[in-house]
Design a protein around this ligand. Structure first.
Ligand code: IMP
Length: 219
């Protein structure tokens, strides 16, 4: 059984469209390392979650990238949603930008502790940079020190699957979905005006899940 590592029920609903009963939620708040790259955050989280549960895991890290703000909030999307809120991001974009183009990106990181054709660097390098910066091989989570490395002191292999959707920021509309969905419009409809199947058909997560489901079926 595959563990979908998220505290967000909305993500799980979308994942079930592709993975059905193959997947169960692992409600675990993995350490979000500070990195400019969603892949590095997701890979680190997948290694940590795998060490914790000792079962195959899939971590989903996503973000909103506003072109006119050089990609901000990007990897900091969660922090910005919690502090400023989604409507404030729209007001900021509306007042500061002529061009409100934006994209959603999603990275899925899979780890089951076994070797496979893993995604190459920079993921491993990012983890090593974090370890070097903190002077430790371990990461603190829930007060418990956990190694993110396998027995041979190499990071566990992680496979990444990415998806992206381009759209535009608009005044909030709709009450479906979650997060930034009400202010993200794709082809005239905000993601919050779509049901899970409609969103999956065009979304960053749907695209990443489709790639993952195809690969996982072979594994
Ligand atoms: P995380 O991937 O759970 O860290 O999410 C980062 C931020 O992006 C959070 O504020 C989420 O609410 C938001 N987010 C992630 N995926 C989506 C999505 O599919 N639609 C809208 N917001 C999302």
């Amino acid at each position: 059984m595959l563990r979908y590592v998220t505290t967000n029920d909305g993500k799980l609903t979308e994942a079930r469209e592709y993975l059905g009963d193959e997947v169960t939620q692992f409600d675990y708040d993995y350490t979000e390392i500070q990195a400019d790259d969603l892949g590095a955050v997701a890979a680190h989280g997948a290694r940590e979650a795998y060490r914790r549960v000792d079962r195959p895991v899939l971590v989903d890290d996503a973000g909103l990238f506003v072109a006119g703000f050089d990609g901000f909030p990007g990897p900091y999307s969660s922090f910005v949603e919690d502090t400023l809120g989604v409507e404030a991001v729209w007001r900021l974009a509306d007042s500061e930008l002529d061009d409100c183009r934006a994209s959603f990106r999603c990275v899925l990181a899979y780890c089951d502790g076994d070797p496979f054709d893993a995604s190459p660097d920079p993921v491993d390098r990012a983890d090593r940079a974090v370890a070097a910066a903190t002077g430790a091989r371990e990461t603190e989570s829930d007060g418990r020190a956990e190694s993110v490395e396998g027995a041979n002191n190499e990071p566990d292999p992680v496979k990444l699957f990415t998806g992206i959707v381009r759209g535009e920021l608009v005044a909030p509309r709709g009450d479906g979905g979650f997060g930034y969905d009400p202010i993200f419009e794709y082809d005239g409809t905000t993601m919050a005006e779509m049901d899970a199947a409609e969103k999956n058909a065009v979304s960053h997560r749907g695209r990443a899940l489709e790639k993952f489901a195809e690969w996982y079926a072979q594994r």
